[in-house]
Design a binder for this molecule. Structure first.
Ligand code: IPE
Ligand code: IPE
Ligand code: MG
Length: 247
């Protein structure tokens, strides 16, 4: 409580109603830049600033896990110039967030990082290592992430165990698949927020969102504020989550 008093931040909903894990599809950067007659990378830079604000806000209001969709397995279809611009911003961003390591944030980089330049991979590993003991907020950064690629990766690891004779196929359960996802150990996502007016998941956390609630808004990600997150949380708190049961 002292924490909220100090920062004068009042969570929009009671702590017991707060989702444990919120996913953000940070979409609309390109359209935001286009509206201003600027290149797409300008929108990605603005989007990165919003990430920092929202990440800190999540921490301050007591969200435990926040996943951010940074770059999908499908985003390699973008122009070389845009991809290089994103690499540059990732490089800067990975250094920029370092001061927050002292503020209780743990980072986990989710996705196949081997496709990124070596220096970016090294910075990702360093950030994870430096922040691994933090417990206030876990910020999952989904980079070269795709839900289908993640499930395929899990299946491949499980098949390897079967091949080595360490696992009987009859013993494979949903938990087994879960334990081999990139997000092993992280609770399922409770709420997925997608700005920019698109009504789809675009391959984000497809296994983990089986029972997630969804919140869509037309706001473009670079315009997204903590007030918009409050609106999403209030809407979430009103939903009746039944998980297949009956009231
Ligand atoms: C999301 O914004 C960021 C990435 C996918 C890297 P977009 O770049 O998709 O922005 P729009 O959808 O074109 O406006
Ligand atoms: C999803 O946005 C990926 C990220 C936000 C990183 P996209 O802009 O790539 O998704 P689509 O192409 O509109 O489905
Ligand atoms: Mg988009």
């Amino acid at each position: 409580m002292a924490l909220f008093e100090k920062k004068e931040i009042k969570p929009p909903i009671p702590p017991e109603q707060m989702p444990k894990h919120v996913g953000f599809i940070m979409d609309g950067n390109g359209r935001w830049a286009k509206k201003r007659g600027m290149p797409r990378t300008f929108g990605h830079k603005a989007g990165g600033e919003v990430y920092k604000k929202i990440m800190q806000y999540c921490r301050d209001i007591g969200i435990q896990y926040a996943s951010f969709y940074v770059f999908s397995t499908e985003n390699w279809a973008r122009s070389q110039a845009e991809i290089e611009g994103i690499f540059r911003l990732m490089r800067e961003g990975l250094i920029d967030v370092q001061p927050h390591v002292k503020e209780g944030v743990r980072w986990i980089l989710v996705g196949d990082r081997t496709k990124f330049p070596q220096d970016i991979q090294d910075s990702m590993t360093k950030l994870e290592e430096d922040s691994k003991d933090n417990t206030r907020l876990t910020s999952l950064m989904c980079c070269n992430y795709g839900g289908r690629a993640e499930i395929t990766h899990s299946v491949r690891e499980i098949a390897e165990l079967v091949k080595q004779g360490k696992l009987d196929p009859a013993d494979i359960t949903e938990d087994t698949v879960n334990e081999h996802l990139y997000t092993a150990g992280v609770p399922d996502v409770d709420l997925i927020i997608r700005p920019s007016g698109e009504l789809r998941l675009s391959n984000f956390l497809i296994w983990q969102s089986a029972y997630a609630e969804y919140y869509f808004t037309d706001i473009l990600w670079p315009d997204f504020t903590s007030n918009d997150l409050d609106d999403a949380l209030r809407a979430y708190a009103k939903r009746g989550r039944r998980f297949g049961g009956a009231e």
